[in-house]
Design a protein around this ligand. Structure first.
Ligand code: FES
Ligand code: FES
Length: 161
């Protein structure tokens, strides 16, 4: 076992991990942050997306030790300081961007990373960016709408589904 230390949602954390321990398993099993989901074993679904040093990363695709010293943010760290939903989370709620919710943490984390880089993405840009996030329920339409709304854009031109 090797000690790993990082900052998660603003708090310094550490734990003993094996070399093969994935970041997602350290977050969920080691730290109890179960909002980061595991939806596949092929790094395809995106349910496990977190931010590592500001970039969206599939937490099942890197080892915990690779995040040594990093700033990690998970869905548990996305709400506002007063506990209210962040703008992106609220937009998902307002525009019905979720059904079962399994993909939602990863979707929100990916959306946040996109909006950090592209303030007002087009519908096409959003759909392309979300290629690594799979949703089995919504058909994606309302997720795209929610992200456009979170970026302050008019969504009235997007037809209801
Ligand atoms: S659990 Fe990481 S991509 Fe599916
Ligand atoms: S809301 Fe169910 S998988 Fe996306």
């Amino acid at each position: 076992m090797t000690k790993v230390s990082m900052t998660v949602n603003g708090k310094s954390v550490s734990g003993d991990v094996e070399g093969r321990t994935l970041l997602v398993d350290f977050l969920r099993g080691g730290l109890g942050l179960t909002g980061t989901h595991v939806g596949c074993d092929t790094s395809q679904c995106g349910a496990c997306v977190v931010h590592v040093d500001g970039a969206a990363v599939k937490a099942c695709s890197i080892f915990a030790l690779e995040a040594e010293g990093a700033e990690v943010r998970t869905i548990e760290g996305m709400a506002n300081a007063d506990g209210s939903l962040s703008k992106i989370q609220q937009a998902f709620q307002d525009h019905h961007g979720l059904q079962c919710g399994f993909c939602t943490p990863g979707m929100v984390m990916s959306a946040a990373a996109l909006l950090k880089d592209v303030r007002k993405p087009t519908e096409t840009e959003i759909r392309e960016y979300l290629e690594g996030n799979i949703c089995r329920c919504t058909g994606y339409h309302n997720i795209v709408k929610a992200i456009m709304a979170a970026s302050g854009q008019d969504v009235s031109t997007i037809a209801a589904e």
